[in-house]
Design a binder for this molecule. Structure first.
Ligand code: DX5
Ligand code: ZN
Length: 220
């Protein structure tokens, strides 16, 4: 029997006026990773948070800070997010021509390195850099906003990547992000995902519901 999936609540759906409290609440409710969505209004059509906010949140939880950078260019900001306390720094394969160098830099900074693939990007895009990667993030919506519907065609990509990962001699997380709820979580897990990002489905109902929402997604 496979391990239960890890849950990475996306704080994009949290109350931004009480972000520290919200991070403490999802930590106490059983979150495995704290997923932090960074958007630049250029690579994606939305603006969210910068390294200063990550730094301010760091004392609120000892859990893994899973920082998803939806920014281009990304290289000028990698050091700042590492210094702010990111544990995993994930960059988009589409964000620039120097993915290999970016991943090397993330590793040199002592962080785990992730690569994210948009729905229109094939699994093969990550193959040449697999030796540098600790996490692959499959976008199951087009990045930019919470609350969108799961794109089912991404399940095939998860299956392809799970096979690719199985051929490696070290563990690589396979994370899925976008439209994950009680209906889509089991599909993503069956296709090979072991880390589920969820914003809407974790934060709905307010803090009293967070623990139950997380348990429901984990499928344990
Ligand atoms: C989308 C972000 C996601 C998003 C998930 O660009 O990367 O992390 O917030 O939100 P839900 O779970 O609401 O689809
Ligand atoms: Zn994300």
């Amino acid at each position: 029997m496979a391990e239960p999936a890890l849950i990475a609540p996306s704080i994009l759906s949290a109350d931004f006026a009480r972000l520290g409290e919200e991070v403490r609440a999802i930590d106490a409710a059983g979150a495995d990773y704290i997923h932090i969505d960074v958007m630049d209004g250029h690579f994606v059509p939305n603006l969210t948070i910068g390294p200063g906010v990550v730094k301010a949140l760091r004392p609120h939880s000892a859990k893994t800070f899973d920082v998803h950078l939806m920014i281009a260019p990304v290289d000028p900001f990698v050091d700042a997010f590492a210094e702010a306390g990111a544990d995993i720094v994930t960059v988009h394969a589409e964000a620039g021509p120097h993915l290999h160098r970016t991943l090397q830099r993330i590793g040199d900074l002592g962080c785990k390195a992730g690569v994210s693939l948009n729905p229109g990007t094939p699994a093969a895009a990550v193959e040449p850099v697999l030796d540098l990667v600790d996490l692959i993030l499959v976008m199951s919506v087009n990045p930019g906003f919470g609350g969108q519907s799961f794109i089912a065609s991404q399940l095939d990509k998860l299956r392809t990547l799970r096979t690719m990962i199985a051929a490696q001699d070290r563990p690589i997380d396979l994370e899925v992000d976008g439209g994950i709820n009680a209906e889509t979580a089991p599909l993503a897990i069956a296709a090979g995902a072991n880390v589920l990002v969820a914003g809407t489905a974790v934060f709905q109902g307010g803090p009293d519901r967070y623990a139950a929402n997380i348990r429901r997604l984990r499928g344990s």
